[in-house]
Design a protein around this ligand. Structure first.
Ligand code: TYD
Length: 133
């Protein structure tokens, strides 16, 4: 399963903390786009799709949430609850984001420009593409 939890280096002193992501050190791709998910309604599930070309880094910069990652063969549930950790997801991973805490902010970095045609939003279609390429 193409995912990895990355522990980040925290730059800190008596005034506060800073975390950086840079290709070649703690980010495996060139970042083309970033977005953040916030004000998620309790009980709602975000995501529910796979991406043919996008890789992602997900960071809970505030609060917490759970990510269910599914490669079409098996699944794994990861909880993100610290800005000190990033979850890397490779291409063709089905993801559900849920159990967002109050005030959770999930920062997402990716290697692609937004392109709806690279999204698979139908789970059966995802399984079909995993099987047949
Ligand atoms: P969606 O992919 O459904 O969000 P999530 O993964 O959190 O469930 O996207 C929600 C809307 O935002 C949808 O209309 C597409 C739009 N959108 C963009 O225009 N650009 C982006 O980079 C992203 C991620 C979404």
């Amino acid at each position: 399963m193409d995912y990895k939890l990355i522990d980040t280096k925290v730059f800190g002193d008596e005034t506060g903390h800073l975390i950086s992501f840079e290709k070649g050190s703690n980010c495996p791709f060139d970042v083309k786009r970033t977005f953040y998910i916030f004000d998620t309604i309790p009980g709602k599930i975000r995501g529910q799709h796979a991406n043919r070309n996008s890789e992602f880094l997900l960071i809970a910069i505030s609060g917490s949430c759970k990510i269910k990652i599914d490669d079409g063969h098996t699944y794994k549930i990861v909880e993100l609850n610290t800005p000190h950790q990033a979850l890397y997801l490779g291409k063709m991973m089905w993801k559900d984001m849920y159990d967002f805490s109050y005030n959770a902010i999930l920062l997402v970095l990716t290697n692609t420009n937004y392109d709806e045609t690279e999204y698979i939003r139908d789970y059966k279609e995802f399984l079909n593409e995993v099987k047949n390429g």
